[in-house]
Ligand binder design. Structure first.
Ligand SMILES: C[S@@+](CC[C@H](N)C(=O)[O-])C[C@H]1O[C@@H](n2cnc3c(N)ncnc32)[C@H](O)[C@@H]1O
Length: 264
């Protein structure tokens, strides 16, 4: 079985295998709950204008936003900036820390950050920056994963509980998503709205290329390893893999999107 180290990959993409992380992003981009979250953001954002995607990864948000939005992608990792530029040669891509955005105050109509704050050292500082750069009436939209909701169907309830608990160890801020609404209210945004979307993963092919670590987008072996001693054992995940080969696999997870508008 593959050996995995406990790491927080998206906290420092340049220290990880960036190509692997990009393919994980490509997998999560296919999750219907992620697509629905982006559609909701774009629907509420209105007719177009200046947009900013912070922690843009390989640039998927702007690639799907359409020509009405004149976008800037920002990411802290050199490898992600390179991946974005390769995929989207016409995109404006800037390497910067979300805690210090090189963007003028009050100038952006749509400010977006998806599954970034959960990995960042100081999510409060990033939220402050997202609100600072938003134009009057501009929309700030934040999506994060609530990792406390990870649930797997395991024949051993204790192993299932160990896997759920492990998810709280592999992300820097695993339950931040549920705090974003009150944080955006505290930062002075109006019309703050929240939606939670369920991710349902009902298939895993452990022997297929790219799925050795878990079903598409959910690196179960890496998550299990992050818990360290007392966490799930490798054979807990092996057992899930054995069942998955016979068509029996289910994992669920929640993504939370929060949006609010800068006052006029
Ligand atoms: C899980 S990926 C999400 C990428 C993209 N938003 C998506 O949904 O496909 C997290 C991204 O946030 C970036 N990131 C993490 N901390 C950051 C920070 N402080 N400032 C800017 N980007 C950051 C990482 O380099 C990585 O590309």
């Amino acid at each position: 079985m593959p050996t995995v180290e406990p790491v927080m990959p998206f906290s420092d993409v340049d220290a990880a295998d960036a190509a692997e992380l990009v393919s994980m992003m490509d997998a999560t981009d296919r999750w219907p709950a992620v697509r629905a979250a982006r559609d909701w953001v774009l629907e509420r954002a209105g007719t177009g204008g200046r947009s900013l995607d912070v922690g843009a990864g390989p640039g998927t948000f702007h690639a799907g936003a359409g020509p009405r939005w004149t976008g800037v992608d920002v990411d802290a990792a050199a490898a992600m900036v390179a991946a974005d530029r390769t995929r989207h040669p016409d995109a404006l891509v800037v390497r910067a820390d979300g805690e210090r955005l090189p963007i003028a105050t009050g100038t952006v109509d749509l400010v977006h950050a998806e599954r970034v704050l959960q990995w960042a050292p100081d999510p409060g500082a990033i939220l402050h920056e997202l609100v600072r750069v938003a134009a009057p009436s501009g929309l700030v939209a934040v999506t994060d994963t609530d990792w406390s909701t990870l649930s797997v169907d395991h024949p051993d309830d204790d192993a299932a509980a160990r896997l759920s608990a492990a998810a709280l160890r592999w992300v820097r801020w695993p339950t931040l998503a549920r705090t974003v609404p009150r944080r955006l209210v505290a930062l002075g945004l109006d019309d703050v709205e929240v939606r939670a979307g369920a991710v349902t993963l009902s298939g895993w092919e452990p022997d297929a290329p790219g799925q050795e670590d878990g079903p598409p987008g959910l690196p179960l072996r890496t998550i299990a390893a992050a818990a360290g001693p007392g966490g799930p054992a490798a054979h807990d995940v092996d057992r899930l893999g054995t069942l998955a080969r016979t068509g029996r696999f289910l994992a669920t997870l929640t993504v939370v999107t929060t949006m609010g508008r800068r006052p006029r």
